[in-house]
Design a protein around this ligand. Structure first.
Ligand code: MN
Length: 290
């Protein structure tokens, strides 16, 4: 199933016949910032295919997707996790040395959203990634059982500013985690380590790789992350980006497409960008004496 949220908050499924409204199948979660899909994942309930197939169709002009998880519990990221990307950076360091990082859960936007560049004079890059949505509480999970903890998969852009701040700051600006358009449930993805992933900026194909080129495959990423921190249902893991990372500019259209999952497109704006010399924390600069 392809399960998501519409921009009016209704849970919905993308099906062969069109988008279907799942409001009647899920308990209402009015105005809850995590959304109806998060509640479904936490409940551990599986939707019956027959119920989804008979749910009412949504009018085509109302079938606009929001992020499937507007406020994930947490977003855990894998750095340096594709062989060609590590080669391109000329640095053999991987998760073994870097560990994993956290992105703010408030950085999520959905399909058709706008990435706001923070700086006029510092590069901000796209990183197209496969996202894993955790389905069950996971702690110290063995890689051989790791896929049992996956609810599904979606597309993610790990937008990153290349400045000197800590990684969690550079990746956590509001709008820096486009997610969607929906979550494909794990039963429909036989092998998450064998999916073609492509990322375009406008019509320029910047990234084109298979998840077969992971250094830590999905199972090992879950094993690693769950050895450090408990993963909860609705948490998101960004599995790393392949070679071809590049800068974004105002007016760009960025798309990431993953085989069997879908295609997520967002736009880029610099309307809130400031020179790096005027970044947060600079004015007035706190005095530091040694
Ligand atoms: Mn990344």
């Amino acid at each position: 199933m392809r399960l998501g949220l519409l921009i009016d908050g209704r849970p919905a499924a993308d099906t062969a016949d069109g988008v279907r409204d799942l409001s009647g199948l899920l308990p209402a979660v009015p105005d809850h910032p995590r959304g109806a899909l998060h509640a479904l994942i936490v409940s551990g309930r599986a939707l019956a295919a027959a119920d989804v197939a008979s749910a009412p169709l949504v009018a085509a002009d109302a079938a606009l997707w929001a992020p499937p998880l507007p406020l994930p519990g947490k977003i855990v990221g894998a750095p340096a996790n594709y062989r060609e990307h590590v080669a391109e950076m000329n640095n053999p360091t991987t998760i073994v040395e870097w560990g994993m990082f956290l992105k703010a859960n408030t950085s999520v936007i959905g399909p058709g959203g706008v990435v706001q560049l923070p700086y006029t004079d510092v590069r901000t890059d796209h990183e197209g990634e496969l996202a894993v949505v955790v389905g069950r509480t996971a702690r110290d999970v063995d890689r051989r059982k790791a896929l049992d903890y996956v609810f599904g998969y979606t597309c993610l852009l790990d937008i990153t500013t290349r400045s000197s701040e800590d990684r969690s700051t550079r990746k956590s600006f509001d709008t820096f985690t486009p997610l969607g358009p929906w979550i494909v449930t794990a039963d429909e993805v036989e092998d998450p380590n064998d999916l073609r992933l492509r990322c375009w900026v406008n019509d320029d194909l910047r990234q084109d790789c298979s998840t077969a080129r992971f250094i830590f495959d999905v199972q090992r990423v879950i094993e690693y992350a769950s050895a450090v921190m408990t993963l909860h249902p609705g948490d998101v893991i960004a599995t790393g980006t392949p070679a071809g990372v590049g800068p974004l500019a105002a007016g760009d259209r960025v798309a990431v497409e993953i085989e069997r999952i879908g295609r997520l497109t967002v736009r880029v704006s610099a309307e809130r960008a400031v020179p790096y010399a005027q970044r947060p924390g600079v004015h007035p600069a706190p005095a530091v004496t040694l």
